[in-house]
Write a protein that binds this ligand. Sequence first.
Ligand code: 13P
Length: 287
Amino acid sequence: MLVSATEMLQKARKEKYAVGQFNINNLEWTKAILLTAEECKSPVILGVSEGAGKYMCGYNTVVGMVKGMIETLNITVPVAIHLDHGSYDGAKAAMAAGFSSIMFDGSHYPIAENIAKTTELVSEAHAKGISLEAEVGAIGGEEDGVVGSGEVADPAECKMIADLGIDFLAAGIGNIHGKYPANWQGLNFDVLAKIGEATDPMPLVLHGGTGIPADMIRKAISLGVSKINVNTECQIAFTEATRKYIEDGKDLEGKGFDPRKVLAPGVEAIKATVKEKMELFGSIGKA
Ligand code: 13P
C-alpha cells in the first residue's frame, strides 16, 4: 500500500519505535526491501537519492517499478517512496512523478532561505497528500576522502522549521553518512533531548544509520527519533555476498553466470540486513 510517511511516523513516535528508511538502487534492492517489510509486517520507507533516481532512469521509472511490485508481490504493509536529500527542483520533480514523501534538504542555505523554500514546498506537498521532511544542521560524511564530523543543529532553529507545518524533521546531532571514523564522538544526546522537547510531538529523523551502535539507536528512539535512514550497510552486505559468490567460483559452475543467480546472494544479504534493522528499530508487527 503506497502511502505518505506522516501517519506511520506519528504512530512510531507515539509508540516509541522507528521506521527504517532503506535506500534503493535497482530492482533487486527494491524487491528485497519490500518482501522483508511484508514478511516482518513492518511499515517501510524506500529512500531514493537524486543520484539513485537518475541511475534508475528517473522518478517516473522508480514510481512505476515500486507500484508494480506492490501489486504483483501483494505488499499490504504501508510503503512510502521518499526523495532523500532533495534539492528544491528535485523535490518538485519527484512530487510531480508520484513520490509519496519528500525530503527537502535546505540545510546548506542560510536559515531564512531554508524557511522560505521549506514553506513553499510544504504547502505544495500537503495539497497533494505528500509528506515533507526538512533538515537543520548539515549531516557530515565523506567528501573527497575527508570525513567531516556532523554538524550539530540548533534546537531553536529546529523549532522554527518544525513550526512551518512539516511532517518530520532531520536534525544533525553528530551523525554522518557512511562508515563512522574510529575517533567518532558518538551522538549528541543532550542536543537531541533539547530538540525533542522543543519540537514535541514532531517525529525526528536520524540519518547515517549505518554503524551506529544498538544502544545509541535505542536511546535516540527514546528521545523522539522515529525514522532512521540506512544506506551504506545494505550496500556493504550486498557487495560482500556478491564477492563471495565470485571468489568461490560459483559463476563457473553450471549456469552460475545467470545474473539472477549471481545477484541472489546479495539480495539475501540485503534482506537479512533490513530484518536485523527492523528488529532493532522495533517496527516489526507495527504495520
Ligand atoms: P548511511 O549510508 O550512513 O546508512 O546513511 C543513510 C542516510 O542517511 C540516507 O539519507
